[in-house]
Design a protein. Structure first.
Length: 271
């Protein structure tokens, strides 16, 4: 793959952009140019985060991910910094020109969090996991805030979706740290598995995923969504629970699939 594409993880960026479209559709029942501007901003911001992650992970990726663009030598570190700037400027410009102050604020906050996470906090036990989980959940919040203010009643369903995303992604992130245990311990990273051990960390991660499963029924019981939502989200819940029977890599794979099915459930519920 072209290193400029590979380093930004386009499939992850597209998922983040999709979250904006889903949130906007849930609120409005249609698609608008603003939603696509928002999706583009989120794609750029997510891409910045992945580049920064690889830039600061250069040494550890020589152990864990030696084929990535930077440790493999297919991209220079200075080029990565220039690439980050080239994506940040249009992201903020589009948010300022076509969206609103709430969206600009989240974009600025998330770029800052991506930087501080990659630089200092990624391997601080739980803190890094919480930051990444917010970054994922905030894509839905971003999409909702394109149209309504934070405390508006219409935002309630978006906050629930964001919370579900936050909890499931938190578990997924911790399982990722379990998978990277050897490399992280080698470089002295203070991740949750390094501090607590893999067994306790996996148990905590499982609890967050189970909490997401329990939360997923809330829109139905509150009367926000109907039976279509409940049937589809039940499938996502089964996938979440199945993921807990797999090894750390399998858990990450199945939680990703389950999160996508949960998105489909929210869209179906809004129809």
């Amino acid at each position: 793959m072209n290193p400029y594409l590979e380093i930004i993880r386009p499939h992850n960026g597209l998922m983040a952009a999709l979250a904006v479209l889903v949130a906007g559709f849930i609120l409005t029942g249609s698609f608008s140019p603003q939603m696509f501007y928002g999706a583009l901003v989120v794609f750029f911001v997510a891409s910045v985060g992945f580049i920064l992650n690889d830039y600061f992970d250069y040494e550890i990726d020589k152990i864990n991910e030696p084929k990535r663009p930077l440790p493999s030598g297919r991209m220079k570190k200075n080029t990565a910094i220039a690439y980050t700037i080239a994506l940040t400027i249009p992201a903020l410009a589009i948010a300022q020109q076509y969206l609103n102050i709430y969206c600009v604020g989240i974009a600025v906050l998330n770029i800052f969090l991506e930087f501080i996470y990659a630089w200092k906090l990624k391997r601080v036990a739980l803190v890094g996991n919480l930051i990444v989980s917010w970054l994922v959940a905030s894509t839905f919040v971003f999409g909702g805030l394109i149209f309504v203010v934070p405390l508006a009643a219409e935002m309630d369903i978006i906050w629930i979706l964001a919370a579900l995303s936050f909890l499931s992604n938190l578990g997924r992130e911790i399982y990722g740290d379990v998978e990277d245990f050897v490399g992280d311990k080698t470089v002295g990273a203070k991740t949750l598995p390094v501090i607590l051990g893999k067994k306790k960390s996996s148990a905590f991660a499982s609890l967050t995923i189970i909490a997401a499963v329990l939360l997923s029924a809330l829109p139905y019981y509150l009367g926000i969504f109907g039976i279509k939502y409940l049937c589809i989200v039940a499938l996502a819940d089964l996938m979440f629970l199945y993921s807990l029977t797999r090894d750390p890599r399998g858990t990450q794979k199945w939680t990703r699939i389950a999160m996508f099915v949960a998105l489909v459930a929210f869209v179906a519920g809004s129809l």
